[in-house]
Design a protein around this ligand. Structure first.
Ligand code: PLP
Length: 422
């Protein structure tokens, strides 16, 4: 190709290298290219499109809002759109879950909410150190990178990433080491030389880092340990939140209450930039204007976010249906993984995939799936996991069709004998 994308756009671009087509239209779980080819989208904007592309329940109020002459950009000024979002978030999300959080609007991206969380944790505790986990991904700005695992992304910082250390995520040692053995010991030992951290930041499912999912008892153990030592728990729910794992917040099943929660990707529900940092009211020690950002008041995003909450989270019906889709996906993935020796299913909810025993298969499967009309990406430090992330609104027919394409892609790319003879 010798298009403007190649000649003018920076070589930093990545997704378009795996999917070298020009997408023009999209609807629900389908994307269409300039030449009319349809793709089933099991990528969902990396988790920003949990309710599918151009969802009419969200686009209708958005179009009405834009046509009405209402305020679009407002920094942190008050608007009816923001009021409605806050009221709806309080009534449909926080109250029913008995969560007492203040809501902060940082800049509108995932890394913005992580930066705000780290800054707040340091300000509240007066400590500098932050602990994060092996294979974590928290974003690309310097603070977020400092708590991210991936060595390629860390190298991109170009300066030392300091004031943080990595600790092993759940099952890092394949069950051969007791959970938190090292952390518990060094926190109790005044001679350990490990500075007491301000906070620990964790993803309940590692979206970019290989789809490892923490067990609920591990998360509870972590929360209890940190509470005993007066260390803040930050859950980065940027990717796993907004219903992706089967509940609105990904930590609900574990029954924990993080001190700080980072939300972004699918909170606007429409792919519009928006982020929230939620924290315990007693942690709200910000001075006015101490942390700000030009695009905190993205009113079209408030409108679609409110519509998404009202459409999908006003009662338990959506979550109930989601449970069925999660079962179907995991059954399908188990079946496919069972045909490849050494492969296994990873993840939780509709944030799941298959880890292959070698470093080539997942990329080969993703390429083969693309050739057959399915968009799926890879995850993990060596791209060793195929990642399946359909919209939460995916139909049963689409789910089955996507799994069939995936099974065929595995069959042809990995050459699994059992499926070939089936
Ligand atoms: C995507 C992601 C981020 C970063 O979000 P951006 O909007 O890309 O800055 C942070 N944390 C997690 C868990 C993510 O998946």
């Amino acid at each position: 190709m010798n298009s403007i994308f190649d000649t003018l756009e920076s070589s930093v671009r990545s997704y378009c290298r795996s999917w070298p087509v020009v997408f023009t239209h999209a609807n629900a779980a389908t994307q269409i290219t300039e030449d009319g080819t349809e793709y089933l989208d099991f990528f969902s904007g990396a988790g920003a499109l949990n309710y599918g592309h151009n969802n009419p329940a969200l686009s209708a109020p958005l179009l009405e809002y834009l046509a009405s002459g209402a305020v679009v950009h407002s920094l942190d000024m008050m608007t009816p759109a923001k009021r409605e979002f806050l009221e709806t978030f309080q009534d449909l999300i926080l109250k029913p879950r008995h969560l007492d959080y203040k809501v902060m609007f940082p800049g509108p991206t995932g890394t913005n909410t992580v930066e705000a969380a780290l800054k707040l944790a340091r300000k509240v505790t007066g400590r500098q150190h932050i602990l994060s986990f092996t294979n974590a991904f928290h974003g690309m700005t310097l603070g977020s990178l400092s708590v991210t695992g991936n060595s390629l992304k860390r190298r991109g910082a170009g300066i030392p990433l300091t004031n943080s250390s990595k600790i092993p995520y759940d099952d890092y040692f394949d069950g051969s080491v007791a959970d938190f053995m090292w952390l518990e010991r060094v926190l109790e030992d005044s001679g350990s030389g490990v500075d007491k951290p301000a906070a620990v930041i964790v993803e309940t499912v590692q979206g970019e880092g290989g789809l490892r999912a923490a067990r609920t008892e591990w998360l509870r153990g972590l929360a209890a340990l940190l509470k005993r030592h007066d260390i803040l728990l930050i859950v980065d729910d940027v990717q796993a939140g907004c219903g992706r794992t089967g509940t609105f917040f990904s930590f609900e099943d574990a029954g924990i209450e993080p001190d700080i929660v980072c939300v972004s990707k699918s909170i606007s529900g429409y792919g519009l930039p928006m982020a929230l940092t939620l924290f315990r009211p007693d942690l709200d020690v910000w001075e006015p204007g101490e942390h700000n950002g030009t695009f905190r008041g993205n009113n079209p995003a408030f409108v679609t976010a409110t519509a998404a909450l009202r459409t999908y989270w006003a009662d338990g019906e959506f979550q109930r249906q989601l449970g069925g889709k999660i079962d179907t996906l995991h059954r399908g993935l188990e079946q496919i993984a069972g045909t490849v020796p050494g492969a296994g299913v990873r993840g939780r909810g509709l944030l799941a995939g298959i880890v292959f025993p070698d470093l080539e298969s997942a990329s080969a499967v993703a390429a083969e799936a693309f050739a057959n009309g399915l968009l799926v990406e890879t995850s993990g430090p060596e791209d060793e996991v195929i990642k399946i992330m359909p919209p939460l609104t995916v139909t049963d027919e689409e789910l089955t069709r996507g799994l069939d394409i995936l099974a065929a892609a595995v069959r042809s790319a990995v050459g699994s004998p059992e499926l070939a003879s089936a």
